[in-house]
Design a protein. Structure first.
Length: 208
């Protein structure tokens, strides 16, 4: 764990993962980029209207008997809606939990072994994803960052734009691809029911 001080308010900012380079100060909402042992303020993150998620930074769960903890969140939006992408750590391994309209998908990063590019993906096509085989492209759209919190392994500034691709396969398998101006990120995983995660430290929501 790396502990640094926010250059705006002096509050302690923790980085649980060495791969994390971006954080939002929980006290003053400054957006921060880490350069080795120095923090640079980029701006400030606006408050997010409550989306009624039961998850929060610090929520713990498990998949296939492997525990994980949520340490960051990216709220991704497009013209007709939004969803959450939770950055999690399982030991020293990076993983992600996607949360959209009551559906949950747990995934891990994989290499772009098939050389997938932005020009080769569009809805209705199938592409090969490392260790999953052929996957059907269900959706592909431009998205932007509506909100972020905690720590993340990339610069998740407000308004960050990318091209997001959702893929599905048999037996609840899923994958997602994100294209930005500088990189292509691919993740593979599967859909799970809420109770299968055995969550701990959830938010208290009236009516639950």
């Amino acid at each position: 764990m790396i502990k640094l001080n926010c250059p705006a308010c002096g509050a302690e900012v923790e980085f649980r993962s060495k791969a994390s380079v971006f954080s939002v100060c929980s006290f003053c909402r400054s957006t921060l980029v880490r350069q080795d042992m120095n923090l640079e303020k980029l701006g400030e993150m606006a408050e997010l209207q409550d989306d009624m998620t039961p998850l929060q930074i610090g929520t713990k769960g498990e998949v296939d008997n492997e525990p994980f903890e949520l340490v960051g969140r990216l709220r991704v939006a497009y013209d007709a809606g939004a969803w959450n992408e939770w950055y999690a750590l399982s030991g020293d391994k990076e993983c992600w939990l996607a949360e959209a309209q009551g559906f949950y998908a747990f995934c891990r990063p994989v290499e772009n072994s098939a050389g997938i590019t932005r020009d080769t993906v569009f809805a209705g096509k199938s592409v090969y994803v490392d260790k999953l085989g052929l996957m059907d492209i269900d959706d592909a759209r431009e998205v932007f960052c509506l909100y972020s919190e905690g720590e993340l392994p990339f610069n998740a500034r407000l308004g960050r734009r990318s091209f997001s691709v959702d893929l599905s396969g048999p037996f609840l398998k899923m994958a997602t691809i994100e294209f930005t101006d500088t990189e292509t990120r691919i993740f593979k995983g599967r859909y799970l029911d809420f109770d299968e995660f055995n969550f701990q430290n959830l938010r208290r929501i009236d009516g639950w």
